[in-house]
Design a protein around this ligand. Sequence first.
Ligand SMILES: Nc1ncnc2c1ncn2[C@@H]1O[C@H](COP(=O)(O)OP(=O)(O)OP(=O)(O)O)[C@@H](O)[C@H]1O
Ligand SMILES: [Mg+2]
Length: 239
Amino acid sequence: MLKISNVETFYGKIQALRGVNIDINKGEIVSLIGSNGAGKSTLLMTISGVNKARTGEIIFEGKNIEKYEPHNIVDLGIAQAPEGRRIFSRLTVEENLKLGAHANERGKHFNSDIKEIYDLFPVLSDRKSQRGGTLSGGEQQMLAIGRALMNRPKVLLLDEPSLGIAPKLVNQIFLAIKNINKEKKVTIFLVEQNAKKALELADRAYVLVNGKVTIQGFGQDLLKNQDIQAAYLEGGAKS
Ligand SMILES: Nc1ncnc2c1ncn2[C@@H]1O[C@H](COP(=O)(O)OP(=O)(O)OP(=O)(O)O)[C@@H](O)[C@H]1O
Ligand SMILES: [Mg+2]
């Protein structure tokens, strides 16, 4: 469904991605793990068209999209809940969700879509008139995911949804991600530093080191992989 081939992305002279190859099949949950600065967010921003690949191809449902503008990529069916959430803090929860559904075609479904998001995250319904900036970190993350879902994506890109969030809410968010995949049939590409959770949830996963994929495989196999255990799982600091 989404094929990333030999993608290289630069910030000026700094090369952040060094020939990344990743395949995502329809219906899968694919996780990407890696340390700070590995290039995970750069890859998601490159898929979303915010950063442009200098070389390589990104093919979505048979179309080359690496030169598309971000709004065209959203229109094709790829939405992102970015790292750090980036919700509108002065707007209410419901206004934030409304902004997700920007195009007319999708706007028609606003009421039923918003109800589905409130079913998925009931706390957002309780707080629909509250300003985004006054939500807790975990609630803001739910809102960011909800806003991305308002675009009715075929593929949802999630950048570190567990970052800085209490364990109880992290579990809720991971359950919701599973539900979005299984019930709403949305393909998921999940970037995480919480390697244990990300591998447990994933059908398949990739490890990114210094802008390159070093290991790939089934999530369950990577959980048992000794190199991954040593680098990302032992000590329990991130589990
Ligand atoms: N706007 C930018 N200008 C210059 N360099 C950047 C910029 N954004 C990211 N980089 C560099 O690109 C590399 C990859 O950064 P990126 O944000 O993609 O990493 P990451 O894997 O998402 O890390 P983290 O887990 O900390 O979010 C880093 O070396 C970073 O310093
Ligand atoms: Mg990042």
